[in-house]
Design a protein around this ligand. Structure first.
Ligand code: BGC
Length: 381
């Protein structure tokens, strides 16, 4: 009963004005479209693109879905609603952005709750009418984000979407470099992808990675903040790894990581243990904005570890541009600016200093869903 009410309410949402504009896309009575879908931790964002005039798009309101079954239901519901509102249509292709490694059209999502079988999506299980199996691709979410960056570069709007950090250190240059660019995003997970341009390639190549899961390289004992770092790292390791292994970057540089770092600083400052499931990452950021010292300490380490991961990615993949994407980056820009000097030192202080020379770092400065832009771009190819 509850489930059917849930889907009924979705149906109303889709059946509203949102889909109606696609009626105008019909040519000789038939609508042809492509579909970009960003599957996030809490649900789906769907973009319909008029295949005959790709500059015409319709973005549907965010729909909740946190399991494969719910996702498939949303797609079925969408198909039905398009038929009701606009008539016949043909999907010429779809691209979906998903968090997690992708192999042979299968992804085990890392940002949904539940058992692996509830979090595993296969192209072949999606309704063919909206996601034609031979013309549907799964992209890792950062892979999609990197294609979004490429699309924004093609559309010549990229300069309005990012701001260079520490432009006094690295001179100005292209945001998407002519060689290698790393794109990183810190949200419910920590994602990283590489954009490679080369005279040997006709188009930029995007390489999805799982580098957010690398273990954190810790400092040594002469580092001025090593004591705090060791204690924090141990706290995180106690939580996840029985205190035995070094945590991964994502264990601090992510939503759940911020919560755990906050738990650590509350314990350190007030000798109180807050259950981590009662801590909300957005709330911690908000408390920091209001001047709360403990929240600021947690947010500082969250960003320090993010910059450390960016340094590891940029140096190991030989990038000369690093793009920090995601709307969170825009929301927390005030904080990044406030601790810009610390973050500068975290990024540029490397055991091979000459490797850091000239690496440009950009932070997203306007809200835009690059994953959705990227999926729509790929679905149209
Ligand atoms: C996943 C990556 C994803 C990242 C950002 C990680 O937990 O393993 O595939 O790109 O989160 O969502």
């Amino acid at each position: 009963q509850i489930i059917s009410l849930f889907f009924k309410s979705q149906k109303r949402m889709f059946a509203g004005n949102a889909i109606a504009p696609i009626k105008n896309w019909a040519v000789d009575g038939k609508i042809t479209l492509t579909v970009g879908i960003d599957i996030g931790g809490s649900g789906l964002r769907i973009r319909l693109v008029n295949h005959m005039k790709p500059e015409e798009i319709v973005d549907l309101p965010h729909v909740k879905a946190q399991s494969t079954e719910e996702c498939v239901q949303v797609f079925k519901n969408l198909i039905e609603t398009i038929h009701e509102v606009a008539g016949q249509f043909e999907s010429k292709g779809a691209a979906l952005a998903l968090a997690g490694p992708i192999k042979d059209g299968v992804c085990l999502l890392t940002n949904w709750p539940g058992e692996p079988q509830d979090r595993t999506i296969k192209i072949v299980d999606l309704p063919n009418e909206i996601c034609p199996h031979d013309k549907t691709v799964f992209l890792n979410d950062l892979e999609a984000g990197a294609y979004g960056v490429i699309a924004a570069d093609d559309q010549k709007i990229i300069g309005t979407l990012f701001e260079q950090l520490w432009s006094h250190v690295a001179s100005k240059g292209k945001i998407v470099s002519d060689s290698r660019t790393a794109v990183l995003a810190m949200g419910s997970g920590l994602g990283a992808a590489l954009i490679l341009k080369s005279p040997m390639l006709d188009d930029p190549l995007v390489l999805p990675t799982e580098l957010g899961h690398m273990q954190i390289p810790v400092v040594c004992k002469e580092d001025p903040t090593c004591k705090e770092e060791y204690e924090l790292i141990q706290h995180i390791s106690n939580h996840y790894y029985d205190g035995k292994q070094t945590p991964e970057f994502e264990d601090i540089a992510s939503g759940r990581g911020l919560c755990l770092a906050y738990q650590f600083f509350v314990k350190k400052n007030q000798n109180k243990v807050l259950p981590v499931d009662q801590i909300n990452a957005g709330q911690v950021a908000e408390q920091a904005r209001q001047g709360d010292k403990t929240a600021k300490q947690a947010l500082t380490w969250h960003y320090k570890v993010f910059m450390r991961s960016a340094k590891a990615v940029a140096t190991s993949l030989v990038c000369d541009s690093v793009i920090l994407a995601l709307d969170n980056q825009v929301k927390n820009a005030w904080f990044v600016n406030a601790i810009a000097d610390q973050l500068h030192d975290e990024f540029y202080n490397f055991i091979r200093p000459d490797w850091m020379n000239g690496i440009r770092v950009y932070a997203q400065s306007k809200v835009l869903n690059f994953n959705l832009l990227g999926t729509a771009y790929v679905a149209e190819q």
